[in-house]
Design a protein around this ligand. Sequence first.
Ligand code: FES
Length: 107
Amino acid sequence: MVKVVFIDDQGSRVIEAQQGESMMEAARRDGKSTLIGECGGSCICASCHAYIDAAWLHALPPVSINEAQMLDALDNCRYNSRLTCKLLLGPRLDGIVVRIPRSTRWP
Ligand code: FES
């Protein structure tokens, strides 16, 4: 299991994810997460956008061209923005801290 700490404006929540599933899938499977993830991981909606805690950026895979294009189109893109559907979970990311912006959480 891989633990992911999701933070939004309602507070924080620790989710136990399966190794190999995406961060977005883990958040949605949990059922109480606020992350949208509308396209299911096809990298066409950016509704899984989140901010990765700076201390964890070194552990992430590089941003693909497709992901970079999606992120560039967002008004609230930052240096630590990622699409969580493109981040597969494993031991390197155990305990990662992720902030969900208002724009990609359910009301
Ligand atoms: S879920 Fe649509 S881009 Fe990630």
